[in-house]
Design a protein around this ligand. Structure first.
Ligand code: SF4
Ligand code: SF4
Length: 478
């Protein structure tokens, strides 16, 4: 019965044959690349934590305020009405990701993704220190296991709470987050609930889910086969140099006592063996549990730990380093790597067009945006005075950091509107009346008029609007 569902080989590096989770406890290879990754990682942690607090022109450097529908990038505010700008910005981000991946492979995953950085530089080192999370050796091993586990839980909860707050600061802003954190949970039950929910999510991810986020949940890894080509930078094993793998002493064919077990490969002559000594150090350090010698896999986050581990082994056995290295698919196959490939030319071209459009559109936006709309209800009204009244609605989005006063004016028609005060970063929609002389409709029921909108700094907008009215000359007109 049980054998029916057993796979012939391991399906996923983090799953056992029976479908249970294979908990990964990677060893640490402290090579040259790890030292560089640590410097980059700590700098990034400082950046991730400080970015929501950094102000550019009074605005956050980065804010994705979904609640108030306000998005700030580099101190510039984008509103939901900026459909074109937001669309251009998103396309620019996506094409940049495609371009960087085509050039440098998954360098983001291994070096800069917050998941990797926090896991490898904050949470996993705590497990190694305490001898928890699957690690058995620890400088604190004299402490009882229950104490170390309790310490782990306490430290993980505190760190997850801190990270949850940093994470939320990107979405709700530091001011609102401060109110949530410092105020009583009773006065901010919703905010308190969100902070607790995100804290629980962080705890689950860094305490338990870990590499599963990269191998199962993250869509970026799954798209890499589309985004990479044979010239992209990857972490790869040089099979031409490494194979056939084996330990030289054990593989001596001159050793008459050597027995070949059924199902095992024939021993290879020492001089035919490649440089891989089959020590499995590259597998033991892999945070996603894969064997890089099986080729490029979607689980590989290009963290370079296997490079450091293998280089260390190569130095010990007196062979050249770089058996596992940064290269390209072509390079590993012994072919020249093409630097100028179609996607390396096309992506920057598209990026240039997008950036030019983004710059032009954002420059033309000015301190505010405004639009005129027809108000709901009767299309028009003929007043006892004979004038034709149209009800319109003006919607103004103030992009400046101060409140502004806006005034509407027109030459060919009269307006019944008051000056409008709009707060910084706010959008106001207000109705007003347009009174037109009946004679304007002598030739048709629709008349185009031009209105001027001006703020208290003198910045003007020309707004066009179609007035509706009774077609034909008024009675009594010669
Ligand atoms: S670390 Fe290097 S030598 Fe050891 S198994 Fe991996 S590839 Fe082979
Ligand atoms: S195969 Fe190497 S580079 Fe890829 S995730 Fe494992 S250790 Fe990191």
């Amino acid at each position: 019965m049980g054998t029916l569902l057993e796979p012939e080989e391991r399906v996923l590096a983090t799953l056992n044959a029976d479908g249970s989770r294979r908990w990964i406890t990677p060893r640490l290879a402290k090579g040259a690349l790890w030292k560089r990754r640590r410097i980059v990682g700590y700098a990034l942690i400082a950046l991730f934590v400080s970015l929501p607090f950094v102000r550019i022109g009074g605005k956050p450097a980065l804010l994705l305020n979904v609640i108030d529908r306000e998005f700030v990038f580099g101190g510039t505010t984008f509103y939901p009405t900026d459909t074109l700008l937001l669309g251009l910005l998103l396309m620019t981000i996506f094409v940049s990701i495609f371009f960087l991946t085509a050039l440098f492979g998954r360098v983001w995953c291994g070096w800069a993704c917050p998941q990797t950085v926090y896991l490898e530089l904050v949470f996993r080192p705590i497990d190694r220190l305490l001898g928890t999370g699957g690690y058995t050796r620890s400088p604190l091993s004299r402490l009882p296991a229950s104490v170390r586990k309790a310490l782990r839980t306490l430290v993980f909860v505190v760190l997850s709470f801190a990270l949850a707050n940093v994470f939320l600061a990107y979405f709700v802003g530091t001011e609102r987050l401060g109110e949530w954190v410092l105020g009583s949970p009773l006065s901010h039950p919703m905010g308190f609930g969100i902070v607790m929910l995100v804290t629980a999510g962080m705890l689950f991810d860094f305490g338990f889910f870990r590499e599963q986020l990269c191998t199962v949940a993250c869509p970026y890894g799954r798209m890499q086969s589309v985004m990479l080509d044979t010239g992209s930078l990857i972490v790869g094993y040089d099979a031409r140099r490494g194979e056939p793998r084996g330990r030289k002493k054990k593989a001596r064919t001159s050793d008459v006592s050597l027995k070949v077990l059924p199902g095992q490969p024939e021993p290879v002559a020492e001089q035919e063996l490649g440089d891989c000594v089959a020590c499995t150090m590259c597998v033991q350090v892999c945070p996603t549990g894969i064997d890089i010698r099986d080729g490029l896999q979607l689980e590989c986050i290009h963290c370079t730990q296997c490079i450091d581990a293998c280089n260390d082994v190569m130095l010990k056995v007196g062979r050249p380093t770089g058996l596992i290295r940064y290269s390209s698919q072509s390079g590993l196959e012994g072919k020249p790597t093409k630097r100028l490939r179609a996607r390396v030319i096309i992506y920057p071209g598209i990026l240039l067009v997008l950036l030019t459009a983004l710059f032009t559109v954002s420059m033309s936006k000015g301190g505010y945006s405004a639009e005129l709309l027809r108000a709901a209800g009767l299309p028009y009204n003929v007043l006892p005075s004979g004038e034709v009244a149209n009800q319109a609605r003006v919607r103004i989005t103030n992009r400046s950091p101060e409140a502004r006063t806006y005034t509407l004016s027109a030459e060919t028609v009269q307006l019944r509107s008051e000056p409008l005060i709009v707060g910084p970063g706010e959008t106001l929609s207000e109705k007003f009346l347009i009174l037109a002389d009946r004679s304007l409709f002598a030739t048709g029921s629709r008349v185009e008029v031009t209105l001027m909108l001006e703020d208290d700094l003198g910045e003007q907008r020309t707004l066009r609007h179609s007035l509706l009215g009774p077609a034909g000359a008024p009675q009594g007109t010669p």
